[in-house]
Write a protein that binds this ligand. Structure first.
Ligand code: NAD
Length: 304
């Protein structure tokens, strides 16, 4: 099976690409390299450098493709608050352009990287897939909008759709700068013996999902048809400050905390129920936080 991974030069896309190749799939990557890197792309994949808003490039990348894993997008919540139009243009128009190109090329299977951001603040924890959608920031709003478009493409044009709502992915791997992801920033600061930047004094509760477990979910859902939405998380919420403590325990020393206050668009607590995905395909997070942090710390130690 030949698969197109949009955003395959990015942090998560490069892991998914590698795992697909390891399992015998052929992979084409379409990425404009705005936040990705050529060296992230496994040499066994074919890289097309191009933008998902560019019909010519996107159609070229879709030749011979049977399924699309759509990961290309801008991912920074603060940047989306500062420039929602940029996010709408890149993420929403990009996705609709991709869907149109897929329709023209007769490719009707898509797996989409959505986010826990679509839920915003949720009263009920753990969050299930039928929880109300009310994103608290423009980035989450782009993800929710794309989900609605996917539903219409399923209903009108018969697309098979799997929406994966990631909670908080982390792990080894090169990512675009500046990264707003918590764990890489904590690990890099700790290793450099600089203050760890912590929003909200680390009181927020999050669900950190290790990159290999996340990548595996994409393979597991490839055989599904119809319209599906799944959360991808560990089902365990942890205070962000406790993650920092775990990093300190692993490295064997502490550094000071730099308190950055509260960010607009941040939610207090979010963690997943992944029961639905477990029932559908048997997927379950396997790598615990300590092990995942150890592997991440090793990566940053060796890439310093
Ligand atoms: P990333 O920035 O490392 O990867 C995104 C890739 O998309 C980059 O390589 C970038 O160059 C590419 N890209 C962006 N806009 C493009 C466009 N218009 N055309 C072609 N390529 C484009 O981010 P990531 O962390 O790997 O995230 C991958 C996907 O997962 C994104 O859709 C993101 O919204 C989603 N997601 C990420 C997280 C997270 O915490 N990292 C959480 C939930 C969902």
């Amino acid at each position: 099976m030949k698969i197109l991974v949009t955003g395959g030069a990015g942090f998560i896309g490069s892991h998914v690409t590698k795992l697909l190749l390891d399992r015998g799939y052929q992979v084409v990557v379409l990425d404009n390299l705005s936040h990705g890197f050529v060296e992230n792309v496994d040499p066994r994949a074919k890289l097309t450098v191009g933008d998902i808003r560019d019909r010519k490039k996107t159609k070229e990348a879709l030749k011979g493709i049977e399924a699309v894993i759509h990961m290309a997008g801008l991912i920074s919540v603060p940047e989306s608050v500062a420039d929602p139009v940029k996010y709408c243009d890149n993420n929403v128009l990009g996705a609709v352009n991709l869907l149109e190109c897929m329709k023209d090329a007769g490719v009707k299977k898509i797996i989409f990287s959505s986010s826990a951001c679509v839920y915003g603040t949720s009263d009920k924890l753990p969050i299930k897939e039928d929880a109300p959608i009310h994103p608290d920031n423009p980035y989450g709003a782009t993800k929710a909008s794309i989900e609605v478009f996917l539903k219409t493409y399923h209903e009108i044009f018969g697309f098979d759709v799997v929406i994966l709502r990631y909670f908080n992915p982390y792990g080894p791997g090169k990512m675009g700068k500046p990264t707003t992801l918590a764990i890489p920033n904590f690990v890099k600061a700790t290793l450099a013996k600089k203050p760890v930047p912590l929003y909200w004094q680390g009181e927020q509760i999050r669900d950190f999902i290790y990159i290999d477990d996340l990548a595996q979910a994409h393979i597991d859902v490839l055989g599904l048809s119809g319209f599906n939405i799944f959360n991808i998380g560990t089902e365990k919420g942890i205070k962000v400050k406790d993650v920092v403590d775990e990093i300190f325990k692993i490295v064997g020393y502490k550094v000071p905390i730099a308190d950055l206050g509260k960010r607009p668009g941040d939610v207090a607590a979010t963690y997943a129920s992944s029961e639905k995905l477990k029932k559908a395909v048997g997927w379950k997070a396997k790598v615990n936080l300590r092990e995942g942090l150890k592997r991440t710390i090793e990566y940053y130690k060796s890439s310093q």
